[in-house]
Design a protein. Structure first.
Length: 481
């Protein structure tokens, strides 16, 4: 059995098919333990650390930081028996001219690895290994001077790679490892695109890619198969680029839409055009609720707990759900699924975009347990460590726009949920209290709901109950429990 084992990007659950490598936590030559975190990967839902499947020594890192990798693709190679002696591998030491060493067939056989999924970096070339497989060595062997990578002719310089010691095997003349066309050029295309081209009988080397870095996309292949390859596109692109440059394109920033932000955009677009949204607003005097929070903070058992107005809003929502269970439901086409548990989502703004982790079965928690759960959820989200499981299965959501000084909003429903509450800023405002205008603490609530499930009467009663609790929490608790 081979001592070199390839570790594939694992299935992180919830239908995720790819992840972006944010940071390598190990380098070539490191000795690692079983379950030691080796890489940080950002999926469409969260950034997660992936542990090692085996103990041993890191022999190869197949993808640089910033690369998006499909699930099931090899990302690292580990020597599971480093004490058995050295491996016959090519040196990664660069020559004075920057030329790359040509490995022997025997050394290729010792380090044969599976073809990496996704596009290779510009200038990173692979050659054929014995048995018809492709060998691509990234950082294989001892850490020495990094070999210079030669960019494709006419391509923009590649960004500096992470210093893991990068070595590449020069392709033999006339060999193209991407599609085997034998043209000698480097064709950038993802594996599914290459498979589609093969199935449709399209020669990838004859196409001009419209994707990033000139990569070939599915659309390029489909147009070629139908004979509708556009020839005027490069001219139009050049014209647009020239025009844009004259209007300050050098002062524009282009941010790739990926990861959490991409998933959020897809979910919000799908929800906005699937569920008929209705939003209602209610402005309430929360002076008594704020005083109740002050008294709670003063109690001995609560002195080490962060208590915020969001805690009372969450409690109000959970109690109102008990009175109106239909609000906590999902539209399932030919039926409505009413949940007897509340996975309470809290929308959180992070550096990677908006995420909505949820407190599982929040209705069963005491007020102190709910406070601890909310604090833990927020801290985990701010650190970027929220797991995909914590962001799945939500049934009802609160978005606290008040922390940004905003009065309220018209929130969009998370997919699969029927209601979301926007909690606005608490402000001191003139308010009629006991027949006199006084300064009181006031906030505005905004409730969006799916009108297929929740009609105006139900939505209004639910929102009114939340407002009544925040107006006088003690009285509401006595009346409802």
């Amino acid at each position: 059995m081979s001592r070199i084992k390839e570790f594939n990007l694992p299935d992180l659950g919830e239908g995720l098919t790819e992840g972006e490598i944010l940071a390598w936590l190990v380098k070539v030559g490191d000795t690692i333990e079983l379950n030691q975190p080796i890489v940080e990967v950002e999926t469409a839902k969260a950034a997660v650390e992936i542990p090692a499947k085996w103990a041993g020594q890191v022999q190869a890192i197949f993808h640089a930081e910033g690369t998006t990798v499909e699930v099931g693709t090899p990302i690292i190679a580990i020597d599971t028996d480093p004490g058995a002696g050295p491996l016959d591998v090519p040196s990664t030491t660069a020559t004075p001219t920057g030329d790359l060493p040509t490995p022997s067939a025997a050394s290729l056989a010792a380090v044969e690895v599976a073809p990496a999924e996704g596009m290779v970096e510009p200038g990173l070339i692979g050659g054929p290994a014995p048995g018809g497989r492709t060998a691509v060595l990234v950082g294989y062997g001892p850490r020495t001077t990094t070999a210079k990578r030669r960019p494709r002719k006419g391509a923009a310089p590649a960004p500096a790679a992470v210093d893991h010691g990068v070595a590449a095997i020069p392709a033999p003349q006339g060999h193209d490892r991407r599609d085997g066309a034998g043209q000698g050029g480097l064709v950038l295309a993802k594996p599914p695109v290459r498979k589609l081209a093969k199935d449709l009988g399209v020669d990838l080397s004859a196409l001009t890619g419209s994707g990033p870095l000139g990569s070939i996309t599915r659309e390029d292949v489909q147009r070629a198969a139908s004979g509708a390859v556009a020839t005027a596109e490069p001219v139009a692109t050049a014209s647009v680029a020239t025009s844009a440059a004259s209007f300050g394109a050098d002062r524009e920033q282009r941010i790739p839409v990926k990861g959490v932000r991409k998933l959020t955009a897809e979910n919000m677009s799908r929800s906005a055009f699937t569920a008929p949204h209705v939003t209602e607003f209610l402005t309430v005097d929360v002076t008594r609720a704020m005083k109740a929070l002050d008294r709670l903070r003063g109690r001995r058992e609560w002195r080490d707990v962060r208590v915020s107005p969001l805690l009372l809003v969450a409690k109000a929502v959970l109690l109102a759900v008990k009175r109106h269970p239909m609000v906590n439901s999902t539209w399932a086409g030919d039926e409505i699924v009413v949940k007897e548990y509340v996975n309470l989502g809290i929308a959180a703004a992070t550096e990677r975009g908006l995420i909505v982790p949820n407190v599982k079965d929040a209705g069963r928690l005491s007020l102190r347990e709910l406070a601890d759960a909310l604090n833990g959820l927020v801290q985990t989200a701010k650190s970027g460590r929220t797991s995909p499981a914590d962001m799945s299965g939500g049934t009802l959501t609160i978005t606290n726009v008040g922390v940004f000084g905003v009065d309220t909003g018209t929130p969009i429903l998370p997919p699969g949920e029927s209601a979301i509450l926007a909690f606005g800023a608490v402000r001191e405002m003139p308010w009629v209290h006991k027949g006199k205008v006084k300064a009181r603490q006031v906030t505005t609530l905004g409730l969006s709901f799916d009108h297929r499930i929740i009609d105006g009467e139900l939505g209004s009663k639910f929102l009114r109950d939340i407002g009544d609790f925040l107006t006088d929490p003690e009285a509401a608790l006595l009346a409802w429990t």
